[in-house]
Ligand binder design. Structure first.
Ligand code: GLU
Length: 470
């Protein structure tokens, strides 16, 4: 235990795959609770499963955490490196008589389970070596170390979300702590690591609730303090079914690539299972101020891309223009092929940003609508823009070009000139503006066209219009 009386939290992912949305939410809740209480947030990589743990997965987890802005305190703990300590605790329990050696062979245990099944009983270790003299085992025979757990009474998980969850002890068999090859089991490793790291609060997915009962048995045997548990219901799809890839059960990086902001993800993940009245928009600062265990919901939250989009639109709109330009530039470096924006282009994107960000829900949409600013020169027309630029429209553009060339290059003056031109020809303003937009951007939708002219500047605008004017 540390001397610190403040809460100590941890996120303990198994590096067997990417950091998915459920894991990210678990990390966020622990991080928020640590921030809220002035406590500590630790990261432990549970890499004891050597077959399934990969360095790529560790990397993906660390990167995902960094992107979400979930910084942790101190060094990352790698569970496998602590196997010696886990073993020592198993041996301590053995010496104290709280654990025992079990020499049952795999064949013997198979037979035991087959018999239990045949009798319609649950398959559990029957305690055959519990009170047997280890000297009766064949010399040098392999053994596992099992916890000597009581059959009487119950183990109660006092859970902040689920309430008191009771497990009858006669339903929990004597679990293995140390395998015959001397490697610790997951249950033992988690308990020892949480204790040694001084963890006071365990917030994790409800799929670990049964494990909590198991872990409590070990904690009780060791006489260690019990952490506060909060098991959070799993995330479901919008239809209430288990979350699938289609629903959003994706790597955190996939959300980055889909153009969501880390701020959005923090807000969205927070609302997936935690609430503060009817508030939907909750900044990270507010979340830190408000987060508690009491308001974690008891029923599974539903993942909803539409809500995520709306939230992202909000964070895009409220972001500072220059900062958003930098974020967009960053996003474009992940495009294939990557797009690199020079400082001139960045300046013009920042200038156009108030109009651009108004209509975007994701960075992908923003990237598309800002596309006309990335390079100089005439545009390639999309189908709709090509349709707009009919022979008549091209002729009108030629006439308009003459009028614009005489004009002071500001959005209001350019609008007045275009209006004048339209009136002179007896056409609507839109009929004059649409060919302009098509020539300037290559598309038929864009921020207000006079702002586009102003942002591009006189020379670049005229160059683009001239390419399609007759
Ligand atoms: N390593 C476990 C997982 O990734 C979590 C263990 C825990 O939080 O106690 O699901």
């Amino acid at each position: 235990m540390t001397q610190n009386s403040k809460p100590v939290l941890r996120f303990a992912p198994s590096p067997t795959g990417f950091l998915h949305i459920g894991g990210a939410r678990t990390a966020l809740f622990n991080w928020l609770y640590a921030k809220h209480t002035g406590g500590t947030f630790l990261l432990r990589i549970e890499d004891t499963d050597r077959e399934r743990s990969t360095p790529e997965a560790v990397d993906a987890i660390l990167k995902g955490m960094a992107w979400l802005g979930l910084n942790w305190d101190g060094q990352t703990v790698y569970q496998f490196a602590r196997a010696g300590r886990h073993r020592a605790i198993a041996e301590q329990l053995l010496a104290e008589g709280k654990a025992y050696r079990c020499y049952a062979t795999p064949e013997e245990l198979d037979e035991m389970r087959a018999k239990q099944r045949a009798e319609g009983k649950p398959t559990r270790y029957d305690g055959r070596w519990r009170d047997r003299d280890p000297a009766s085992a064949p010399p040098g025979a392999p053994f596992v170390i099992r916890l000597r757990s009581t059959d009487e009474g119950e183990t109660v998980v006092h859970d902040k979300v689920m309430g008191d969850v009771r497990f009858a002890n006669d339903q929990l068999d004597d679990m293995i702590l140390l395998r015959s090859d001397g490697t610790p089991t997951y249950m033992l490793a988690v308990v020892v690591d949480d204790h040694d790291m001084g963890v006071t609060h365990v917030i994790r997915g409800a799929d670990h609730l049964n494990n909590a009962a198991r872990q409590l048995q070990i904690i009780h045997a060791l006489g260690w303090p019990v952490p506060v548990y909060a098991h959070v219901p799993l995330i479901h799809g919008p239809d209430g079914a288990k979350l699938s890839k289609r629903h959003g059960a994706l790597a955190v990086e996939a959300y980055r690539d889909m153009g969501y902001l880390p701020e959005t993800m923090r807000n969205y993940l927070l609302r997936l299972g935690w609430s503060h009245g009817d508030d939907e928009i909750i900044s990270t600062e507010q979340a830190i101020a408000w987060f508690n265990l009491e308001n974690i919901g008891r029923s599974p939250a539903r993942f909803d891309f539409k809500k995520l989009d709306n939230l992202n639109g909000h964070y895009l709109r409220t972001m500072d223009d220059a900062a958003l330009t930098e974020t967009l530039a960053q996003h474009l470096t992940h495009a294939s092929p990557p797009i690199v924006l020079n400082s001139k282009v960045r300046a013009r994107i920042t200038a156009a940003m108030p109009g651009l960000k108004e209509r975007a829900k994701t960075l992908i949409e923003l990237a598309q609508s800002a596309g006309y600013l990335y390079t100089d020169g005439p545009r390639t027309l999309d189908d709709a823009a090509a349709k707009v630029l009919s022979p008549e429209a091209r002729a009108a553009l030629g006439a308009m070009l003459q009028a614009l060339e005489q004009t002071d290059w500001s959005a209001p003056a350019l609008e007045a000139a275009t209006r004048n031109f339209a009136e002179g020809r007896g056409i609507k303003l839109g009929q004059a503006a649409q060919p302009l937009r098509a020539a300037l951007t290559g598309h038929t939708t864009s921020p207000p066209v006079f702002g586009v002219l102003e942002t591009l500047g006189r020379e670049e605008s005229i160059n683009r219009i001239r390419a399609y004017a007759e």
